[in-house]
Design a protein around this ligand. Structure first.
Ligand SMILES: Cc1cc2nc3c(=O)[nH]c(=O)nc-3n(C[C@H](O)[C@H](O)[C@H](O)COP(=O)(O)OP(=O)(O)OC[C@H]3O[C@@H](n4cnc5c(N)ncnc54)[C@H](O)[C@@H]3O)c2cc1C
Length: 522
C-alpha cells in the first residue's frame, strides 16, 4: 500500500493534538483530521493536573498554560476536609484551573511549532484495515468522500468516535449520573475556599474559579432530574449552591449553562492491529476528580513516541502493544476512582456524616493524604515492569538538574530517551549508534543510579551506578530503543534531534526504498 502519510490522527481534541505534535516532532508524517470547521470554544474540562503540566513541560508548553490559569493548591472536599497539593513532588504543586479551549490552544500552537497541522472541516466517515496499512474515507467541507491511506490510525475522536465504531469495538459501561447542571457564572462574593466540592445527600455542588471573575459551578439535585435537553435556569443552579454551601455567593450573569449525564465506559483493547484508541474514544467516566482530559493527554504522551518508533521502523518487538498494557489499567483505575468519588457525592443523607469523618481522616493522615494527592494529580502513576527490574523502573522521573544547566524535563523536549548518570560516569560511547533516539544527559550532582528515561518521562530501566557494566547499558538500549543505526548512518549520529522529512516525502509518507512498517514488528 502506498501511504499518503505514516499516521492519520482522527480528532483534534487534547489527545489528538498532543499525539500529532509528538509524531511531527519525531519527523513522522502525520495528518490530523478534525471535523469541526474551527477550534472549539467550549470550556468543558477546567482542571489541569500536575502530571499533565509535567507532560506539557516536556514539550515546552507548560509555562504558557500556567500563565493563563489559576493555580489551586488546596482542594476542599466534603465539610471542609482539605487536601493539600502544595507538597506534591513536582514543579507544579497544584491543580491549574483553566478552560479546555485554552489547553487546546496551547497544544495546537505547540503542534504547529513542531510541524503538525490541523485539517479542520475534515471528517472521517469510514475505516478499513488492510494487512499493510489502513484506509480511511474522508469528507472535506461537505465535498465527496476520498480515500486516505496510512500505516497507522489514531482514533482520538471522542466518546462517540467513528474510528471505534468502524472497528466494531465494544464500549461497555453505563450511565452513572443524570441531569448534572454545568454553568459558568459570575459571583458577587468570592467563596472562602478556592476549589470546593460538597454535598448534602440530596444535592452536590462544585465551585472552581477561572481567575477572571468567572466561576465553573457544577450542581446536581436528586429531586430535580429532567432530561439533558430540558431548559436550565440560573435559579436552579443557585438553589442547589445554597443548599450545599449555604450561599449562592451572589450568583449572576451566566455565560454558559448545560445539563448532561455522565457515563462510565472503557474499550477492552486500546490497540486493534494498526489502529490505536486514545482519550475519550477509549474511556469515559464521571467528571468527579477532573481526570477525563488529563488521562487522555497522558494516553497520548504514552502513545506518541511508541507510534513514532513503529512508523520509523525501529520499535523493538512488542513496544506498541505496551500502549494497551500500560494505559488500559490506568483508565480502569480512573473509572474506579472517579466513580467512587461520584458515589460519595451522591450518598444518601444518612451516610453523609460518616463520609465527612472519613474524608477528614484521609486528608489529615499524612500517608493517606499523600496517596490521595498523588492519585488526583496523577503523579503516582507507574507502569508494570518485568520481574527483577530495578524498583525505579516504570516510575515517573523527577525533574532533576542536569550538568549542562538544563532541567531533565527541558532535555526531554528533544523527544528522545535520556541516559542519565553521575557526571563523568557514562563512557563517551555509551549511546553511540543511538544519537537519533537517545541523548546522554549527565546529572548535575552525583547519583548512585544510572537510568534510561523514556520520552514520556518514565524510567525505562535503571541500575546501581557502581555495579552497572557497559554491556548492561547497551542491552537496555537495545531492549527499549531497538538496534543501533548502521555504521553508514552513524556519520549523522550526532546529539541532535532527528531530521524531519521533506514535504515531498511527507506527501508520500515514505522515502524511496524504505519499507513499510512491520505489521507486528512494532
Ligand atoms: C460538558 C462537558 C464538561 C466536561 N468537564 C470536564 C472536567 O471538568 N474535567 C475533565 O477532566 N473532563 C471534563 N470533560 C471531559 C473532557 O472534555 C474530555 O475528557 C476531553 O475533551 C477528551 O479529549 P479527547 O481529545 O479524547 O476528545 P474530544 O475532546 O472529545 O475531541 C475529539 C475530537 O474529535 C473530533 N471528531 C469526532 N469525530 C470525528 C470524525 N469522524 N472525524 C474527524 N474528527 C472527529 C471532534 O470534533 C473533537 O474535536 C467534560 C466534557 C463535557 C462534554
Amino acid at each position: 500500500m502506498i501511504f499518503d502519510v505514516d499516521v492519520i490522527v482522527v480528532g483534534a481534541g487534547p489527545a489528538g493534538l498532543l499525539v500529532a505534535g509528538d509524531l511531527a516532532r519525531a519527523g513522522v508524517s502525520c495528518a490530523l483530521l478534525e471535523r469541526r470547521a474551527e477550534r472549539s470554544g467550549l470550556s468543558r474540562a477546567f482542571t489541569v493536573h500536575a502530571r499533565t503540566l509535567e507532560q506539557l513541560d516536556a514539550r515546552g508548553a507548560a509555562d504558557e498554560l500556567v500563565a493563563l490559569g489559576t493555580p489551586v493548591r488546596e482542594l476542599r472536599l466534603f465539610a471542609g476536609a482539605a487536601l493539600d497539593l502544595s507538597r506534591l513532588p513536582s514543579r507544579f504543586p497544584y491543580v491549574l484551573v483553566t478552560p479546555q479551549f485554552q489547553t487546546e490552544r496551547v497544544l495546537e500552537e505547540r503542534a504547529r511549532r513542531v510541524g503538525a497541522e490541523v485539517q479542520y472541516g475534515t471528517e472521517v466517515t469510514a475505516l478499513t484495515q488492510r494487512p499493510d496499512g489502513v484506509e480511511v474515507k474522508v469528507r472535506q467541507d461537505g465535498g465527496p468522500d476520498r480515500v486516505m491511506r496510512a500505516g497507522y490510525v489514531v482514533g482520538a475522536d471522542g466518546m462517540h468516535g467513528t474510528v471505534r465504531q468502524a472497528l466494531g469495538m465494544p464500549f461497555p459501561g453505563k450511565a452513572v449520573v443524570r441531569s448534572v447542571m454545568l454553568s459558568e457564572v459570575q459571583l458577587a462574593q468570592r467563596p472562602r475556599e478556592v476549589l470546593t466540592v460538597d454535598s448534602t445527600g440530596g444535592a452536590f455542588a462544585i465551585i472552581a474559579p477561572f481567575g477572571d471573575g468567572w466561576y465553573r459551578v457544577i450542581a446536581w439535585d436528586r429531586r430535580n432530574q429532567p432530561p439533558d435537553d430540558a431548559p436550565i435556569s440560573l435559579d436552579e443552579v443557585g438553589e442547589v449552591t445554597r443548599q450545599v454551601f449555604g450561599s449562592d455567593y451572589g450568583m449572576g450573569g451566566a455565560r454558559w449553562m448545560s445539563r448532561f449525564h455522565s457515563e462510565e465506559r472503557q474499550v477492552p483493547r486500546y490497540r486493534d492491529g494498526r489502529v490505536l484508541l486514545a482519550g475519550d474514544a477509549a474511556h469515559v467516566h464521571s467528571p468527579a476528580g477532573g481526570q477525563g482530559m488529563n488521562t487522555g493527554i497522558q494516553d497520548a504522551a504514552n502513545l506518541g513516541w511508541k507510534l513514532a518508533a513503529a512508523a520509523a521502523g525501529w520499535a523493538p518487538d512488542g513496544l506498541l502493544d505496551t500502549y494497551h498494557s500500560e494505559r488500559h489499567p490506568v483508565g480502569r483505575q480512573v473509572l474506579r476512582s472517579s466513580g467512587a468519588l461520584l458515589r460519595m457525592l451522591t450518598l444518601p443523607p444518612a451516610l453523609v456524616t460518616a463520609r465527612n469523618l472519613l474524608a477528614s481522616a484521609a486528608t489529615r493522615i499524612p500517608f493517606a493524604a499523600r496517596r490521595l494527592a498523588g492519585a488526583i494529580s496523577e503523579v503516582s502513576i507507574s507502569y508494570p515492569t518485568p520481574p527483577g527490574a530495578h524498583p525505579l523502573a516504570g516510575k515517573r522521573v523527577a525533574d532533576l538538574p542536569l550538568a549542562d544547566g538544563r532541567r531533565l524535563y527541558e532535555a526531554l523536549r528533544g523527544g528522545r530517551f535520556l541516559l542519565v548518570a553521575s557526571p563523568g560516569a557514562l563512557p563517551s560511547d555509551a549511546a553511540s549508534g543511538y544519537g537519533d533516539r537517545v541523548e546522554a544527559a549527565p546529572l548535575a550532582r552525583a547519583s548512585d543510579i544510572v537510568a534510561l528515561v523514556r520520552p514520556d518521562a518514565y524510567i525505562a530501566w535503571a541500575a546501581p551506578g557502581d555495579e552497572v557494566t557497559a554491556p548492561q547499558i547497551r542491552g537496555s538500549l537495545e531492549r527499549w530503543c531497538g538496534s543501533p543505526a548502521q555504521p553508514a548512518a552513524q556519520a549523522a549520529d550526532q546529539q541532535v534531534p532527528p531530521p524531519r522529512r521533506s514535504s515531498a516525502t511527507d506527501r508520500r509518507g515514505r522515502r524511496a526504498g524504505q519499507s513499510a512498517p512491520p505489521h507486528s514488528g512494532d
